[in-house]
Write a protein that binds this ligand. Sequence first.
Ligand code: GLN
Length: 284
Amino acid sequence: MSCLRELVKESPLGSSDTRALLKHLVEEVLQWPSSALITRDLETLPESFISTWQSYCQRRLKGEPVAYILGYRDFYDIRLKVSPAVLIPRPDTELLVDIALDFLQKKLAQGQDSFKVLDLGTGSGAIALAIASTIAKNAPHSQVWACDKSLAALKIAQENMKDLGLKNVKLFESDWYSACESEVFDLIVSNPPYIRAHDEHLSLGDLRFEPQSALTDDGDGLSAYRAIISQAPDYLVNEGYIVLEHGYDQSEAVCALLQSHGFRDIEVHHDLAGIARAASGRLR
Ligand code: GLN
């Protein structure tokens, strides 16, 4: 007869994966609060709980990411549905949301009360929806446009938008700016595929299960930045702002591209590990 204490003790998984998966099962299958992991750890568990736990363990041991097993990932202050059609939102990417919201906050303080934001390659919708859910309160007439070239990804983003009850987001199919027509935005954000072709990370860990088109440009890792930055001036208002996530060794290259396409006040932003992880600039 198994109890939570025993499952934890005998778990074939690492402690953080064990905790994340058991917490989910405790909350969803048993409808217990997560504190039950401690307070009810000696109670006998139903057979259905044990069999689901065992199947989770088998999937995880084969390498499947925890977020795909659970079907969701928490990001910023929202919960996002995820599937193998989309990149799993990373904590690092929350930095991009912070930078974007800072910019919008400053503009609000200067008296602008409505914004148009564009998220290129939105995937699950993480960046766009996190921004949209915050500005829905502060700047309710604003609109976040979010595109992806993958229809399967857009379907997930659409479900997330619906689940969050957001009305200020426009999702559309587009290969970077191809379907943006003559729209102009106050802010462009993107976390494009930036891993080089054949980089060993692509065949390690969670990345093996994620859509390759969201991870790598199949080139030198910079082709998305060339496409996004070179055309950005056509889609930004005067004084418009761009924020891009990039790889750990791409800060110089991305800043140089921004510089050469007319961006000023270029800033390097560091992630929690102290690595230069995003670049921003203002169009003048
Ligand atoms: N941040 C991801 C990783 O390094 C890559 C995502 C991307 O290419 N935008 O695992």
